[in-house]
Design a binder for this molecule. Structure first.
Ligand code: PLP
Length: 406
């Protein structure tokens, strides 16, 4: 017998859920590729990708097969034992990146938590108690645990939760002089998103990341790249650090890594990894067989020239057509980002109104995202079909036309 399905509606959210989200008025029930259907059977095109998570769209047959096959084998065993999907995915991540060691966990925040704890631990072991400061960027986003909201450069997420974690400073993004002025022998790590996602789809300048790398080396600090949003193919390379040619010491990955199944990873070198000896850190579900089986299927597909070249080609298309639309309707001129993480930066007259654009898009049957109140963000499936790109962009243009005429 399956569980009894009681009839539910959007109104139940307000009655039963903690009110920390404000979900849209409809309830999606099914997804296939880049299309989603709600309770009423209405079809929507998905340029949001579950916030840069559904890297291969909804219910990709290879991911469904990996998940259901593993579901017949072994769901959970804990880290008292290891398991085959964990070993296979770790090996594939190591073979595909700078990393030599992998720590699995369940969310971007946890991967960053592990990264920050590792950076502090390494500094503590190598240089003593006084080297613990972390430098991060204003407007950055690293997750919602207490440590990660404090490292994130958005006080609206960290204020009002009691004393802050000390030893964290923030500098303006893409400002190498500011980083140079802030870094010292007390710095244990510099933490950066190669593309600021939540903060407004703002890519780093190459010289900034190169400069950050050099400053870290001069001050015995570790360079941490948060690739939770920019990683796993979204930039057109497997990880955005490869696009920039700047290698971090520690990298966090989540979102696209599981294509919709919760999994995250912290990648690092063996020299650094050894500071997390037995008992120093852990998590019950990290390396869960179901999650790692899906992650393995994701990397097998994403890390191919076919998919990565496809991201670059689709990116060009999105960029050109969005730019033209922005000009025609006057809501935005600049389209920025990398690969299939793109942002339309609203013009001064439309600033603060990204939510209005999202609502207008939904009215036309299209899911897009915002990134700050000033940027409309696009994070579609990396393998989105041509017909879905065409139809989705046509719907977006209808939304823009409607807004500009109102
Ligand atoms: C989404 C995101 C996180 C947090 O990931 P969760 O899975 O929500 O904990 C951290 N860093 C970046 C850059 C993100 O985009």
């Amino acid at each position: 017998m399956s569980a009894e399905h009681v009839s539910v509606a959007r109104a139940d959210f307000d009655q039963y859920l903690v009110p920390n989200y404000a979900p849209a008025a409809f309830v999606p029930v099914r997804g296939q590729g880049s299309r989603v259907w709600d309770q009423s059977g209405r079809e929507l095109i998905d340029f949001a990708g579950g916030i840069a998570v559904n890297v291969l769209g909804h219910c990709h047959p290879a991911l469904v097969a990996a998940l259901t096959e593993q579901a017949q084998q072994l769901w959970h065993i804990s880290n008292v034992f290891t398991n085959e999907p964990t070993l296979r995915l770790a090996r594939k991540l190591v073979e595909a990146t700078f990393a030599e060691r992998v720590f699995f966990c369940n969310s971007g925040a946890e991967a960053n938590e592990a990264a920050f704890k590792l950076a502090r631990r390494v500094a503590h072991d190598r240089y003593g108690e006084d080297k613990y400061e972390i430098i991060a960027a204003f407007n950055s986003f690293h997750g919602r645990t207490l440590f990660t909201v404090n490292v994130g450069g958005q006080p609206k997420y960290s204020d009002g939760f009691g004393p802050k974690i000390s030893g964290i400073t923030h500098v303006p993004y893409n400002d190498l002089e500011a980083l140079k002025a802030a870094i010292s022998e007390k710095t244990c790590a510099v933490v950066l998103e190669p593309i600021q996602g939540e903060g407004g789809v703002l890519p780093a300048e190459r010289a900034y990341l190169e400069g950050a790398r050099a400053l870290c080396d001069q001050h015995n600090a570790l360079l941490v790249f948060d690739e939770v949003q920019s990683g796993m193919g979204r930039s057109g390379e497997l990880f955005a650090y490869m696009h920039y040619g700047v290698t971090p010491d520690i990298l966090s990955s989540a979102k696209s890594l599981g294509g919709g199944f919760p999994i995250a990873a912290m990648l690092t070198t063996s020299e650094l990894a050894k500071h997390l000896a037995v008992g120093t850190h852990g998590t019950t579900y990290g390396g869960n067989p179901l999650a790692c089986a899906v992650g393995e299927a994701v990397i097998d597909i994403v890390n191919t020239p076919q998919v990565l070249d496809g991201v670059k080609a689709r990116s060009e298309q999105f960029r050109e057509r969005l730019q033209a639309m922005g000009q025609r309707h006057g809501l935005f001129e600049e389209v920025r980002g990398l690969g299939l993480l793109l942002g339309a930066v609203l013009n001064p007259a439309w600033q603060g109104k990204a939510k209005q654009v999202l609502d207008a898009a939904v009215a036309e049957g299209l899911l897009v995202l915002q990134a700050s109140p000033d940027v409309v963000r696009f994070a579609p499936s990396l393998v989105i079909e041509q017909a879905d790109i065409d139809e989705g962009l046509a719907r977006f243009e209808r939304a823009l036309a409607r807004l500009s005429q109102a």
